[in-house]
Ligand binder design. Structure first.
Ligand code: FES
Ligand code: FES
Length: 204
């Protein structure tokens, strides 16, 4: 029997399950764009360098050009088309619109997916390279411009819209976290696949 170069897979994207037959070498990015017609996710470098292809896989950021579609089976994938709640834009999308967080828009879908995850990661207490005190029981740092720039550093913008992008992410974080602060809530940690804060202290 000749070796097979194609696979039947099932991809769960934006809450819908799709049955596909793909070449085993097909990236998740190409499967989204070419097989499912979800062209909101952009191809920039196709080498994991620019972040234009960022999607969420089980709530965490993933550059879809570096992941094979066959390896994405079983994951819950969210693309920019699935970020809004129907006609209601996500706070990140609203902030990008209101604060002009883009120029040509090519990087924007990746920026938005990344920003959604950044806000969750920060609320869950994840440190970044810009975080001064990374001990598990330290107070979480504010999501200031330095933190946003570091956490969004995997998403390049060739138009240089960075100042507005930073403002937009900050605005969205304020709105998303209003009333709950940036506490290391167990719910927030669970949303990004971490154990409880107490568990973290034990294992740190
Ligand atoms: S297209 Fe995937 S990181 Fe650039
Ligand atoms: S808005 Fe043009 S590349 Fe970012």
């Amino acid at each position: 029997m000749p070796p097979t170069t194609r696979s039947d897979i099932s991809l769960r994207v934006n809450g819908e399950t799709h049955a596909l037959t793909v070449d085993n070498r097909t990236t998740l990015l190409d499967a989204l764009r070419e097989n499912l017609g979800l062209t909101g996710t952009k191809k920039g470098c196709d080498q994991g360098q620019c972040g234009a292809c960022t999607v969420l896989a089980d709530g965490r950021r993933a550059v879809s050009c570096l992941q094979l579609a066959v390896a994405a089976e079983g994951a819950d994938i969210t693309t920019v088309e699935g970020i809004s709640d129907g006609e209601d834009l996500h706070p990140v999308q609203e902030a990008f619109l209101e604060l002009d967080g883009y120029q040509c828009g090519y990087c924007t879908s990746g920026q938005i997916c990344s920003a959604v995850a950044v806000i969750r990661e920060h609320a869950a207490g994840w440190p970044s390279a810009a975080t001064g005190d990374v001990r598990p029981d330290a107070e979480p740092p504010p999501l200031d411009a330095a933190e946003i720039r570091e956490r969004m550093s995997g998403n390049l913008c060739r138009c240089g819209a960075y100042p507005a992008i930073v403002r937009a992410v900050g605005r969205a974080a304020e709105q998303t976290n209003a009333g709950q602060g940036a506490e290391r809530t167990n719910a927030g940690r669970a949303a990004v696949g971490l154990g409880t804060a107490e568990e973290s202290k034990v294992t740190a």
